[in-house]
Write a protein that binds this ligand. Structure first.
Ligand SMILES: C=C(O[C@H]1C=CC=C(C(=O)O)[C@@H]1O)C(=O)O
Ligand SMILES: [Mg+2]
Length: 438
C-alpha cells in the first residue's frame, strides 16, 4: 500500500545506496513518488526541522491543478535573486523563499521538499555533494525522522485581545491626509499605506492550525506559511499573484480596488456593480496596470492586459486585470522579481517616491508583509504577494493590512477597508472584546 512509510523507505534506501562518483553534480536529489492524498499542513505540524515552508497555490479555474508544497530544512541559501537564479540555471532544482517588502532576499534549497499534485505525492531529499558525506547523511536522516508522522489539524479556539494598533483610527486618517497632500503636490499619484495590529491570547496559537482554518474559509487564495524557528511563523491567505512563469510565458496581474462582500448575495452583486463603475477604484487599479506594464516592458514581448473582472473573496471583492506577456529568451526570475516587486498594489507610483513616503510615515516594519513568497525552478516559478498576513508568535499575533491611497480617497473609508481586510484572518479567532491598552 502506498503510504508515507513506503515513501520514507524509498528515500532511506536511496540514501544508503548513495555513493558520490567522479564528476558528481554539486547537489544530488533523491526522489520518490507515491499515489497518496496527504494534507501537507498536518504533515508539517509533526515536523521538527526548520526552516519550514508551505505554499498552496491559487487555482484560477477548475482545470488548473491544485498545487501544494511543503519543505523542511535547508541545504543552500541565497541572499540575492541573482545568486538564486544562477543556481537554478546551473542545477535545476526548486528553490523556495522570497523577498521582504523592502527587497531583502531569502531563497533556499530545502533539505526535504514534498509536492502534492492531483493525488500524487513526491518527496525529494537533497544532499550537498560538496560537503562531508557522513554529516550530510546524518542531517538528511534527522529530517526523515518524523517523516511518517502527521498531527491532526485542530480548530483554533483561543480568543484574542487587542494590544495595540500601530496607527489608531485618528492617526491613520492623518497619514491618509498627508498622503493626499503629497498627491496634490505631485510627489506621487498613489501610495499604499498599511497598519499593523497586535493581539494577544492566553494560550499560544498554533500557526499551522490557524492557517488550516484560513485555507478552509478564505478560498480562492494563495496560502503560505514560513517559519525560521518554532516560535515565530509568518502566515497568510492572499488573493494576489505576483507572477507565474511557465517557461517563457509570464502571467501577472493588477489587483487593486476594493468593495465589501458579505453573506447577502444581492448586496454583493450591487457592490460588485458599483466597484466596476467607481472612478476612484478604477484609477487605483489602472495605476497598477501602468506600473507593471512599464516595469516589464524592457524584457517582455506581446504584453496583453485583459479586461477588468471581479475577484470575490469572503469579506471583500477586488478589481482585477490579468496581464500576460512573453519573456524574451534571456529574461527569467531575477528580471521578474526585481522589476515587478513591490507593485503599485502594495507600494505606489512612482515607486521610489511612494517608498520614501512610507518609510517616513508608517511606524512599524513591514518585514514579510507585502513581500513575496513562492518557488522557482528552470521550468516554472510562482510567487504570491504576501497580503492578508500575520506573524504568529506564540501568545501574540501581528496582523497587517493596507489600502491604496489615490486622489479621491476618503480617510475613514480607507480605514474601514483595511479593517475589513485584516478581518479575513482575525474573524477566524474569537475576539474577546477586551482591549489591553492603546
Ligand atoms: C495592500 C493590500 O491590498 C492591496 C490589494 C488589493 C486591493 C487593494 C486596495 O484596494 O487598496 C490593495 O492595493 C492589503 O491587503 O494589505
Ligand atoms: Mg483600495
Amino acid at each position: 500500500m502506498d503510504s508515507l512509510q513506503s515513501l520514507q523507505q524509498q528515500l532511506i534506501q536511496q540514501m544508503d545506496a548513495y555513493q558520490p562518483c567522479k564528476n558528481q553534480p554539486e547537489i544530488t536529489a533523491l526522489t520518490a513518488k507515491i499515489q497518496l492524498e496527504q494534507n501537507l499542513l498536518a504533515w508539517l505540524k509533526a515536523q521538527q526541522d526548520y526552516p519550514q515552508f508551505y505554499l498552496h497555490c491559487r487555482a484560477d479555474s477548475p482545470n488548473e491543478q491544485e498545487n501544494h508544497i511543503a519543505t523542511i530544512g535547508q541545504v543552500r541559501t541565497f541572499t540575492t535573486v541573482n545568486h538564486a537564479q544562477t543556481f537554478v540555471r546551473r542545477a535545476d532544482f526548486t528553490l523556495v523563499g522570497g523577498m521582504t517588502f523592502n527587497g531583502e532576499c531569502d531563497f533556499y534549497l530545502p533539505r526535504l521538499l514534498l509536492r502534492q499534485v492531483d493525488g500524487e505525492l513526491t518527496a525529494t531529499l537533497f544532499i550537498d555533494s560538496q560537503k562531508d558525506l557522513s554529516v550530510e547523511k546524518q542531517l538528511a536522516g534527522k529530517c526523515l525522522k518524523n517523516f511518517t508522522k502527521s498531527v491532526a489539524l485542530e480548530p483554533v479556539v483561543q480568543s484574542v485581545q487587542l494590544v495595540e494598533k500601530k496607527a489608531t483610527q485618528a492617526q491613520w486618517c492623518e497619514w491618509v491626509e498627508q498622503a493626499l497632500l503629497e498627491i496634490k503636490k505631485g510627489s506621487f499619484t498613489k501610495v499604499v499605506l498599511a497598519n499593523e495590529s497586535i493581539f494577544s491570547s492566553r494560550q499560544p496559537i498554533n500557526a499551522i492550525d490557524f492557517l488550516a482554518e484560513s485555507e478552509k474559509k478564505n478560498t480562492g487564495c494563495y496560502h503560505f506559511f514560513f517559519a525560521q524557528k518554532a516560535d515565530c511563523a509568518f502566515i497568510g491567505s492572499s488573493p494576489e499573484r505576483l507572477y507565474l512563469r511557465n517557461g517563457q510565458d509570464l502571467q501577472t496581474e493588477a489587483l487593486a480596488g476594493t468593495a465589501v462582500m458579505s453573506d447577502d448575495e444581492e448586496q454583493n452583486q450591487r457592490q460588485g456593480e458599483w466597484l466596476l463603475k467607481d472612478e476612484k477604484n478604477e484609477y487605483e487599479n489602472m495605476l497598477v496596470v501602468e506600473d507593471i506594464c512599464g516595469n516589464i516592458e524592457s524584457f517582455t514581448q506581446n504584453i496583453e492586459v485583459q479586461s477588468v473582472e471581479l475577484k470575490r473573496l469572503r469579506l471583500v471583492q477586488h478589481l482585477r486585470r490579468k496581464i500576460f506577456a512573453k519573456l524574451t529568451a534571456l529574461a527569467a526570475d531575477e528580471a521578474c522579481l526585481n522589476a515587478i516587486h513591490p507593485t503599485a498594489a502594495v507600494a505606489g507610483l512612482p515607486k521610489q517616491n511612494a517608498l520614501r513616503f512610507l518609510a517616513k510615515t508608517e511606524t512599524f516594519e513591514r518585514s514579510w508583509y507585502a513581500g513575496t513568497l513562492g518557488f522557482m525552478n528552470r521550468a516554472r516559478a510562482e510567487f504570491c504577494v504576501t497580503l492578508r498576513s500575520a506573524f504568529v508568535e506564540q501568545n501574540r499575533i501581528r496582523v497587517f493590512a493596507g489600502a491604496g491611497i489615490v486622489a479621491g480617497s476618503v480617510p475613514l473609508l480607507e480605514w474601514q477597508e483595511i479593517e475589513r481586510k485584516a478581518s479575513g484572518l482575525l474573524s477566524l479567532l474569537q475576539n474577546s472584546g477586551e482591549h489591553i491598552c492603546q
